[in-house]
Write a protein that binds this ligand. Structure first.
Ligand code: RIB
Ligand code: CA
Length: 314
């Protein structure tokens, strides 16, 4: 039996972030969550740090260390997504305010301290929101870059183009400068772009499978997806909400559910027209060095079977 993978979840909950956190906390054989670092994204930081704690308590894991990180992007003005996630960021069900404390340490310092303390190469960073905390940690402590095992992130898009602008996916668009720092860092990166997360759609039968788990978590997850599916249904006419962020955690547990290519991914940071676009050299037409495994395919039934089974544990 191998040791569980040590991870830090960097997140901007967001209903889909919340499901990703639940999946991680429901999988202790494979995953040890060293801490959760909140970043401004879907909603402002005071809500993402609160929502992170709400989700830990929903999973009955009030001892998880939750840290607040950066309240705004490196250079640009914060763009949020209440139009998708609602005013609280976790609209749908009404959940009680958290009782568990927020840790005093700044999230960026927690990331730095953890990577310096843990043996090199043993910690995986799992960003589910804008990359501001990660890039700020790299700037503040360049020595940690070589100590990271892998970064598995949700963000970007190529064939699926943008969801917040015609060219850019939200997480990258909110802080393209931070994303550029991360993609140029040389760290081993696995990317879950919209190209694959748009194949993780919570269709009606899948929502009902959550709801019929018979536990509180199953009901809450069903109510979250009932709420945030309307944005994608209207925009794409899709048969359900895309569960973007849980793809990151599912990859850690069952990588064979995913298929992609190791290609060069470069982030647009110059043109306002395509700001935050992840330009993936999918066909290898440039001499840019491949720097990321860009996922394009998913065994959706396998993904939902895993997710539903694990949520049943909470
Ligand atoms: O574009 C989808 C991503 O943006 C997801 O991580 C969602 O939670 C938001 O952060
Ligand atoms: Ca997110």
């Amino acid at each position: 039996m191998s040791q569980p993978l040590k991870i830090i979840i960097d997140t901007d909950p967001g209903q889909d972030d919340a499901v990703a956190i639940l999946l991680a906390l429901a999988s202790p054989e494979e995953i040890e969550v060293l801490g959760i670092t909140a970043v401004a994204g879907n909603v402002p930081l005071e809500l993402t740090q609160k929502n992170s704690r709400i989700v830990c308590e929903l999973a009955d894991k009030p001892d998880v260390d939750v840290f607040a990180g950066c309240a705004s992007p490196l250079e640009r003005k914060l763009v949020t997504a209440e139009h998708v996630h609602g005013k609280t960021g976790l609209d749908g069900p009404v959940l009680p305010d958290p009782k568990m404390p927020l840790r005093e340490t700044h999230a960026v310092d927690f990331i730095i301290d953890t990577l310096r303390r843990e043996p090199a190469g043993t910690v995986t960073l799992c960003p589910l929101g804008p990359l501001t905390n990660i890039a700020t940690a790299f700037r503040k402590a360049p020595d940690i870059v070589g100590r990271i095992g892998e970064i598995v992130l949700m963000g970007g898009a190529y064939f699926q183009v943008g969801n917040i602008t015609p060219a850019a996916e939200f997480n990258i668009y909110v802080d393209p400068q931070a994303a550029d720092i991360v993609f140029q860092s040389g760290v081993s990166i696995v990317v879950m772009p919209l190209d694959v997360t748009h194949k993780a759609l919570v269709t009606r039968p899948r929502v009902e499978a959550f709801r019929s788990l018979g536990n509180h978590v199953g009901t809450i997850v069903a109510e979250w997806t009932d709420f945030f599916e309307r944005f994608d249904k209207e925009k794409y006419g899709s048969p359900g909400a895309p569960l973007h962020d849980p793809c990151v955690i599912a990859y850690l547990i069952e990588p064979a559910l995913f298929r992609g290519r190791h290609v060069n991914v470069t982030v647009e940071t110059g043109s306002e027209l395509t700001m935050g676009m992840t330009v993936a050299d999918w066909w290898g037409v440039t001499n840019r060095t491949p720097n990321a495994t860009f996922m394009g395919d998913l065994d959706a039934n396998g993904f939902f079977a895993l997710l539903t089974k694990r949520l049943a544990r909470l």
